[in-house]
Design a protein around this ligand. Structure first.
Ligand code: ZN
Length: 220
């Protein structure tokens, strides 16, 4: 029996398969072929999430920060996955050339347009304790100060907010305890069938839908 799924019509299916091939080539270090398939995928769907994702990774590999940031920014318009999965490598690359400001300024713009991105950055700050960018920890405080549960425990108010985001010890302790309490909950859930995976899979192993994985909000 064939399942007909309106979300997976033939055009989007082709894009997914082309991206899968591009990803496989990238994994076997064949960047040239990977780019060829990304371009084919983009010809089908110019805003393919996975194509932006792969393009960012390739530019990071090539140490082209400007292009990597450009693809990351495009990706952020259609998906929140890049914040969790690509920001660490973007920061790492920008650190090498002392250009962290470039990444920070793009994140600032993204937050201005989409304040809900604070949630993804808050997750990142807890998952990745090595990231020491202030913009990430500010997002964490920004996000949890709006959650009733945390607000009651931590007693945030307008006046204490600035003091809090500048209190290194407080933030470091907060990140460590949240990390400890939540580290078994870093999972992705399929929007279509609810299946949970530890690592992001572009195609759900149970319902076979593509790009349906979403990070679980483990601090809500
Ligand atoms: Zn599924």
């Amino acid at each position: 029996m064939i399942d007909i799924d309106p979300l997976n019509d033939s055009n989007t299916m082709i894009t997914h398969y082309l991206c899968q091939i591009a990803d496989d080539h990238l994994k076997s270090d064949n960047q040239e072929l990977s780019i060829e398939y990304i371009n084919k995928a983009k010809a089908q769907n110019n805003h393919s999430i996975r194509a932006y994702f792969l393009q960012t990774r390739i530019e990071v590999d090539n140490k082209n920060l400007t292009n990597a940031i450009k693809h990351y920014e495009n990706l952020s318009k259609v998906s929140k996955l890049g914040h969790l999965l690509l920001l660490p490598i973007l920061f790492k690359l920008s650190k090498e050339s002392n250009e962290e400001d470039k990444v920070i300024s793009v994140i600032e713009n993204i937050i201005k347009e989409k304040p809900e991105v604070n949630e993804s950055l808050a997750h990142l700050s807890i998952m990745n304790l090595e990231l020491d960018q202030k913009i990430i920890t500010t997002s964490l405080i920004e996000y949890i100060s709006k959650q009733i549960y945390y607000n009651e425990i931590l007693k945030f108010n307008e006046a204490s907010f600035t003091t809090t985001i500048n209190n290194q010890d407080f933030i470091s302790n907060l990140r460590q305890s949240l990390h400890k309490a939540t580290k078994n909950n870093y999972k992705y859930t399929c929007n279509n069938c609810g299946y949970k995976t530890i690592a992001l899979s572009w195609q759900c192993p149970t319902c076979r839908s593509w790009e349906s994985g979403n990070p679980i909000n483990f601090i809500s």
